[in-house]
Design a protein around this ligand. Structure first.
Ligand code: PEP
Length: 256
């Protein structure tokens, strides 16, 4: 049984006060579901500590939207994994499409960040997903497979216990367009078969694969009801505690 996981990626939103109050609101709104669903929020760097304090002793975990792979030194503007651990972070996002396609991160950089996150003892959500033109050209599986194989290069089978894959079709992120549950299931099953080939079937079966891309309270149940969809990575809807909690409740509901 894979425990579903729901992440709230706040992106470059909130301020100090609203980050604190959103963290508090998420904690209380999600409290009845965190016994069978893992919940992680990803505030902006400057508010990590404040949000972490607001999460208090709850089961909602703290995540970082990015990290640099070097341990320290002359890397102006970057944030190390040791710094993030020091702030109470336990999850790091790598390969988010905004970092790949807006900020120009390569597969190789995503892999370095993924490996460094695991080597630091933290858990990692590695995001993969195709752009619209790639989907239209029939390249969805090829792109996902390339990003998976490159992103996981050098990651051991043991370390896979701390990896979550997020399938996030780029055309669905922040657009209001969502993959159909059937399309999401097809992509997730294919991702799982690549993991089985890279590792072994038991590792693939134990790895959680989240869906991300315009998940809302109204469509979460259908998406999370698919056999290979183990929760979601949520952007816009994670900024509203009540809607986020509705999404978490959908992940917590038993799959038929
Ligand atoms: C995301 O940022 O990972 C995301 C899925 O955003 P949204 O839910 O807004 O599409």
């Amino acid at each position: 049984m894979r425990i579903p996981i729901v992440g709230g990626n706040w992106k470059m939103n909130t301020n100090r006060a609203s980050a604190r109050s959103l963290a508090q609101a998420v904690t209380s709104a999600c409290s009845s579901h965190t016994h069978n669903t893992q919940v992680v929020v990803f505030p902006p760097f400057p508010y990590l500590v404040e949000a972490g304090v607001a999460l208090g002793g709850s089961n909602v975990m703290l995540g970082a939207q990015d990290a640099y792979f070097e341990p320290d030194g002359a890397f102006t503007g970057e944030v190390s994994l040791a710094m993030l651990k020091d702030c109470g972070v336990s999850f790091v996002l790598t390969g988010h499409s905004e970092r790949r396609h807006v900020l120009g991160e390569s597969d190789d950089l995503v892999n370095r960040k993924t490996r460094a996150t695991l080597d630091a003892g933290l858990s990692c959500i590695l995001c993969v997903g195709e752009k619209l033109e790639e989907r239209e050209a029939g390249q969805t599986d090829t792109v996902n497979e390339r990003q998976l194989r490159a992103g996981l290069r050098g990651v051991s089978a043991d370390q896979m216990a701390r990896i979550v894959i997020a399938y996030e079709p780029v055309w669905a992120i922040g657009t209001g367009k969502t993959a159909t549950p059937a399309d999401a299931q097809t992509a997730h099953a294919r991702i799982r078969s690549v993991l089985a080939d890279l590792y072994r079937p038991a590792v693939a079966n134990a790895t959680r694969i989240q869906y991300g891309g315009s998940v809302k309270g109204s469509n979460a149940s259908e998406l999370f009801g698919q056999p290979d969809v183990d929760g979601g990575l949520i952007g816009g809807a994670s900024l509203k505690a009540d809607e986020f909690a509705q999404i978490v409740a959908a992940a917590a509901a038993p799959r038929s």
